[in-house]
Design a protein around this ligand. Structure first.
Ligand code: NAP
Length: 536
């Protein structure tokens, strides 16, 4: 049911939900346009992902030169990164600095978790209600809640009886948790679990890692920068470059065809990309790796060989080697000494397929084969990705239609920018755009925010509302599916396909046509006066 409308509610031109990379830049753009804007942020400070994910070892897998704002010479020249792959703490500091440098804080309301967003046709505005009951109304809403903000927490029998601490990595407390000398369990070996395990292994008394699926990884080459080192590139060239590549990085897919290059040269190419210590082997190599089983098998075997070389114990190697999916069909994490953690006597790896978790007890966890004493259980179990943040809010568009109900059937968007039936409601890091899954986040976030801001500017004097047409949305969904269905990623269950959340409709959540093609498609729509959108 729609909530009662309070006519006394203060009016804004725009409400932005979330104060991470996207929300901060969105606020800045709207402020520059002279629009009255407020940001509602669930946390007590800015940072988004980098505010919430303060678990041990959290850091970026994207190099700092492209994992930052590239719209401003001042921001680019005044900030000095200390590492190639910055830690959570440094990235959070950066976003706090940006918020101050651009004077954004006065227009951000903290501790406001949005509960509902209801479209009122009579005055063409959205009424936004937060968990604390406060309300704001605005003509435009821009969702900047990030693709990975709604945690998936496993339900384990006996959970209520456990006397220790259970924590999901994305809810790691501000005051931190002292793990030294503790008996710790970690469930999950995705990008997050890997970072946690490699970081805490030497600190804890005992560590039990519960793995359901082994992952491919690439060793991170993390250079430390001296304070004297300047930014190593031309900002506007970097900004331009990142938008014309497949993954929003400053490297791109190999231009040659996989089959046109002989095996020895392909091997040399893989070695070269491996040595970069970044994600280039994944989204900077042959496109066929992600499309064709033979090419994928070759790179998968290459990476398995690299991992195998680091693990002497064959039975441990067998557990840690991924064999049930191909390289790059799940997100590839970067790691540092991850495999070496399992060589420590107090670290054990449990394959939950062979030895499932049965229950939690007051003192630990019980599997089918043993009882393991635990003080702390860390759930690195992932997210209801890309859609979860929005479906957890009661978003009601025209004719009281519910976004959660629509997406429970079929996750559809028009270029990831809007959903038909939801006028003036814009999305960032959204389904069916590259930003949600296949893009260096700041690249796509900046592009989306700029597109949305221009679009709002265009609509302001032309009508009360803008809305994607059903036809345009259907065209985009069909195009998205056509591209998705050529990939091996769409055929492999993971959070990319919605398979990690029970009952979630299956569709590749991110646009797999690449950032460059996506940006060109968005530019075309804009240049044609927002063709595919109706203004009324
Ligand atoms: P994830 O990739 O979804 O991994 C979750 C892990 O938990 C998987 O190993 C999953 O196993 C396991 N799991 C979930 N429920 C389980 C259960 N009930 N029992 C046993 N195992 C269970 O989540 P994530 O590691 O948090 O990463 C999500 C995304 O966040 C990444 O793909 C990446 O895009 C982003 N991220 C980025 C960075 C970075 O840039 N440095 C760091 C962390 C995360 P299955 O695979 O079998 O489902």
């Amino acid at each position: 049911m729609a909530e009662a409308r309070d006519l006394q509610t203060p009016q804004y031109d725009a409400v932005v939900i979330g104060a991470g990379f996207a929300g901060l830049y969105q606020l800045h753009c709207l402020q520059q346009m002279g629009l009255s804007t407020t940001v509602l942020e669930a946390g007590s400070n800015v940072g988004g992902t980098w505010y919430w994910n303060r678990y041990p070892g959290a850091r970026t897998d994207s190099p700092s030169n492209v994992y930052q704002f590239l719209f401003s010479d001042e921001l680019f020249n005044e900030w000095q990164w200390s590492e190639r792959f910055p830690s959570q703490a440094e990235t959070e500091r950066y976003l706090n600095w940006v918020a101050d440098r651009l004077n954004l804080r006065p227009n951000i309301q903290f501790n406001k978790r949005v509960r509902s967003a209801i479209w009122t046709a009579e005055n063409a505005s959205w009424l936004i209600t937060s968990e604390d009951g406060s309300q704001v109304s605005a003509r435009f809403v821009i969702s900047c809640m990030g693709p990975l903000s709604t945690p998936v927490v496993p339900e384990i029998n006996g959970q209520d009886t456990f006397a220790g601490t259970i924590v999901h990595t994305t809810r790691w407390p501000q005051k931190d948790i002292d793990l030294s000398g503790k008996q710790v369990g970690v469930i999950g070996t995705g990008a997050t679990g890997i970072q946690v395990v490699q970081t805490i292994a030497t600190e804890v008394q005992s560590l039990t890692v519960f793995q359901r699926t082994a992952n491919y990884t690439i060793p991170m080459k993390n250079d430390v920068y001296t304070t004297a080192a300047p930014q190593q590139a031309d900002r506007s060239e970097l900004r331009h470059r990142t938008r014309e590549t497949f993954g929003g990085f400053d490297f791109d897919l190999e231009q040659r065809e996989w089959a046109s290059v002989d095996a020895a040269e392909r091997r040399e190419n893989m070695e070269h990309l491996w040595a970069q210590g970044n994600l280039a082997l994944w989204v900077g190599s042959f496109a066929e790796q992600l499309l064709e089983p033979a090419a994928n098998k070759e790179v998968s075997e290459f990476v398995r060989e690299k991992i195998r070389a680091r693990i002497e114990d064959p039975s441990l190697a067998e557990k840690l080697l991924p064999t049930d999916h191909g390289f790059g069909t799940h997100r590839v994490p970067l790691e540092t000494n991850y495999y070496e953690a399992f060589l420590l006597d107090h670290v054990q790896l449990i394959d939950t397929n062979a030895e499932p978790i049965v229950r939690l007890t007051p003192t630990g966890i019980e599997t089918t084969q043993q009882e393991i004493p635990l003080d702390i259980l860390i759930c690195a179990t992932g997210f209801d990705a890309v859609t979860g943040a929005l479906t957890n809010i009661d978003v009601r568009g025209r004719d009281d239609r519910s976004l959660a109900a629509l997406w429970a059937e079929d996750v559809r968007t028009a270029m990831g920018m809007q959903v038909h039936g939801f006028p003036n409601f814009f999305l960032t890091s959204s389904p069916l755009s590259p930003a949600g899954a296949f893009c260096n986040a700041p690249t796509c976030v900046q592009h989306s925010v700029e597109w949305i801001s221009e679009c709002i500017g265009y609509v302001l004097n032309r009508g009360a509302a803008i809305e994607a047409t059903a036809e345009f949305e259907a065209q985009w969904v069909a195009h998205h599916d056509e591209v998705a269905n050529t990939t091996l990623i769409a055929k492999t269950p993971s959070w990319y396909t919605g398979a990690n959340v029970e009952g979630k409709p299956t569709r590749l959540i991110g646009y797999a046509g690449g950032v460059a093609a996506y940006v060109a498609a968005c530019d075309q729509v804009r240049d044609e006066g927002y063709a595919g959108f109706s203004i009324y």
